[in-house]
Design a binder for this molecule. Structure first.
Ligand code: UD1
Length: 338
C-alpha cells in the first residue's frame, strides 16, 4: 500500500518513514529539502534495507502537486509533515508561514478530495492549547488564541481539515498534537539536524555537551513550578513516529469513529528544564555548562499531555523514558560531530 509522506526527510518525518517501511508500507517522500538533506535517504536505507521513492518537490507549486497525484494515483494515505516550524521566524515572516503551512495543506486536501477514499494524518502541536488551565491537558481543553503565526497555522490547519472532512465522505483524517519531540533513532543513522543555532532545548543541550555551543541559557527560573523552570512533556521521536503508523492504520482499516479525530501524543509526564539537564548529565557523564537568564517571551509555564485517549482508543503508549531518549540524542550528536 502506497503512502505519501510530505517532509519525509525531516526529523519526525524520517523516523516515521522508517516505521512505515518496517510495517511493509511502500513510501513516497516529497520534500523540498529547505530544512533537510537528501543524505537522510541513506540513513533510512541503512536501517530498513529499503530506499523509499523520493521526489524533490515544493508543495507550493500547485501544478506539480496535481501532476504528482496523477502519476501516483495509487497513493492511499498521506502523512503531512512538510511545514515551517520556527516560532520566531513566523512572527517576522507571517505570509511565508501562511503560504507554506496553509497553502500547501489546501492543495493536498484538494487532491485527496478527488479520490473515492483517502486517509490523512496531520502534524499538529500542543501549541494549540496555549497555557492550558488544567494539567494534564486533555484533547477537549479549549484551543487558545495563537501566540504566533506558526501556532495559528496549526490551529487553522486543524479547522481546514475538519471543515473539509465534513463535506468529503471519503476523506478520513487524524490530527496528532505533539508535545515536545526529541531524540534520534537508536541506530544513530537518522536524527535531528537543526540548521544554525538550535531554538529547541534538547539539540541546544547536546550541542553544548559536544562543545559546539559554549553554554546553554536556561530561560527563567522564576516560574511557579517546583524548581522554577518551565515544564514540558518530552516525547521520544521513535514513539511519536509509531503513533503515526498506528493512526494511519486506524483510518486505512476504517476503525475511526468519526472522519476527523484528534489525539495528544506525549508521555503524560512533565519534566522541567533543569530535569532535562540532569538527564543529560546522567546519560553523558558530563557536566553541562549552563546559566540562568531571563524568560523567553511567549513561553508558557507548563504543558504535559493527558494521553488516555491515545492509550485507550489508538492503543498507543510512549515506551521510552526521558533518559533513554536523551541518550539517543547524545549518541546522535556525538556521531555527527565526529
Ligand atoms: C516550541 C514552540 C512550539 C513548537 C515546539 C516544537 C515556542 C514558544 N514554542 O515549544 O510552538 O511546537 O517548539 O518545535 O517557541 N529552553 C531553554 N533554553 C533554550 C531553549 C529552550 O531554557 O536554549 C526552554 C524553554 O524555555 C522551554 C523548554 O526549554 O521551557 C522547551 O523549549 P523548546 O524546545 O523551544 O520547546 P517549546 O518552547 O515547548
Amino acid at each position: 500500500m502506497k503512502i505519501l509522506v510530505t517532509g519525509g526527510l525531516g526529523f519526525i518525518g524520517s523516523h516515521t518513514v522508517v516505521e512505515l517501511q518496517n510495517e511493509g508500507f511502500e513510501v513516497v517522500i516529497i520534500d523540498d529539502c529547505s530544512n533537510s538533506s537528501e543524505n537522510v535517504l541513506k540513513g533510512i536505507t541503512a536501517i530498513t534495507g529499503k530506499t523509499p521513492i523520493f521526489e524533490k518537490l515544493d508543495l507550493k507549486e500547485k501544478a506539480k502537486v496535481e501532476d504528482f497525484f496523477k502519476r501516483h494515483h495509487d497513493v492511499e494515505g498521506v502523512i503531512h509533515f512538510a511545514a515551517s516550524k520556527a516560532v520566531g521566524e513566523s512572527v517576522e515572516k507571517p505570509l511565508l508561514y501562511y503560504e507554506n503551512n496553509i497553502g500547501t495543506l489546501v492543495y493536498l486536501l484538494k487532491e485527496l478530495s478527488k479520490k473515492n477514499k483517502a486517509s490523512f494524518i496531520f502534524s499538529s502541536s500542543c501549541t494549540v492549547y496555549g497555557q492550558a488551565d488544567k494539567m494534564p491537558i486533555t484533547e477537549d481543553a479549549p484551543v487558545k488564541p495563537a501566540e504566533s503565526p506558526y501556532g495559528n497555522t496549526k490551529q487553522m490547519g486543524e479547522e481546514i481539515i475538519a471543515d473539509t472532512c465534513k463535506v468529503t465522505p471519503g476523506l478520513n483524517a487524524i490530527a496528532l498534537r505533539y508535545f515536545n519531540p526529541m531524540g534520534a533513532h537508536p541506530s544513530t543513522e537518522i536524527g535531528e539536524l537543526p540548521i544554525g543555532v538550535p531554538q529547541n532545548l534538547v539539540p541546544f543541550i547536546t550541542q553544548t555537551g559536544v562543545g559546539l555551543r559554549e553554554e546553554l541559557s536556561v530561560f527563567g527560573d522564576d516560574y511557579p513550578t517546583e524548581d522554577g523552570t518551565c515544564i514540558r512533556d518530552y516525547i521520544y521521536v521513535v514513539d511519536l513516529a509509531k503513533a503515526h503508523v498506528i493512526a494511519l492504520k486506524r483510518l486505512l482499516e476504517g476503525k475511526n469513529k468519526e472522519n476527523y479525530e484528534v489525539f495528544n501524543v506525549g508521555t503524560g509526564k512533565g519534566s522541567s528544564v533543569l530535569e532535562a539537564i540532569q538527564s543529560f548529565e546522567r546519560v553523558s557523564g558530563k557536566k553541562l555548562n549552563y546559566k540562568i537568564v531571563g524568560r523567553r517571551p511567549g513561553d508558557i509555564t507548563t504543558a504535559y499531555a493527558d494521553t488516555t485517549k491515545a492509550n485507550e482508543i489508538l492503543g498507543w503508549k510512549a515506551e521510552y523514558t526521558l533518559d533513554e531518549a536523551m541518550k539517543s540524542a547524545w549518541d546522535w550528536e556525538q556521531k555527527i560531530r565526529r
